[in-house]
Design a protein around this ligand. Sequence first.
Ligand SMILES: O=C(O)c1ccccc1NCC(=O)[C@H](O)[C@H](O)COP(=O)(O)O
Length: 255
Amino acid sequence: MDDGTAVESSDLAPAVASILADARERSVSGERVSVRPRSLPDRLDAVGNDRVPVIAEVKPTSPTTDGTRTDDPVALAQRMVSGGAAALSVLTEPDHFGGSTETLARIRSAVDVPVLRKDFIVREAQLDAVEADVVLLIARFVDNLPKLLAAARDRGFQVLVEVHTESELDRAIDAGARIIGINNRDLARLEVALETFERLSPSVPDSVTLIAESGITTPADAARMRRAGADGLLIGSAIMDGDVETNTQRLTTRA
Ligand SMILES: O=C(O)c1ccccc1NCC(=O)[C@H](O)[C@H](O)COP(=O)(O)O
């Protein structure tokens, strides 16, 4: 443990406590992966001059979504890229988000943009479940962040370290995170507030690629996060709700 901040399940919304318990139990078998990643920071920089750099998320369902989207996730991903997504995020958590590692592998073969594996990774073996360009580590859920960050980088992954509070941000910076996501969704209550990003972003060093996560619904929200310093925006629900290509176009078009 790096600083003794292991999360207590009682601090979390019941759905999130259940997600975390399942993640801790999930068995993984497979060889150690070795990834040649597509650069997420370079890709966000490259598109940022022309359009809003959006990481569009393939998110079939979630604890805060009604129903499940059952259409082909590969087709959805391709339409997101056609709509202007700079990169993709793919949920691989099966029980609460309808994701799978197989889906991520199929999507990554079908597109040429960086693909983030969105899951609740809490131990090293889980890194070997599937290749991706970027993996997510949620600071709140990882006991020894420097160790898991190093294990991910040893495999070639870029790492997006997600934070929601000042102390989690300090842990991410101390661990040497180069890509940090500030999650506007509070996993204790599942409430979303874009002010979270605005409050924490000034403390992030310029050298870090900074992602605004969750609750971005409109082009005005996107512009607000960019003004507050976001290098990229992670958007799920607002893209998955309806025609994903049209939604992505709307959110990637600069005002
Ligand atoms: O989205 C949820 O309902 C959720 C519930 C519990 C834990 C995590 C959850 N979401 C994970 C995410 O990080 C989001 O999918 C991602 O940031 C996109 O958010 P949004 O644009 O608000 O769908």
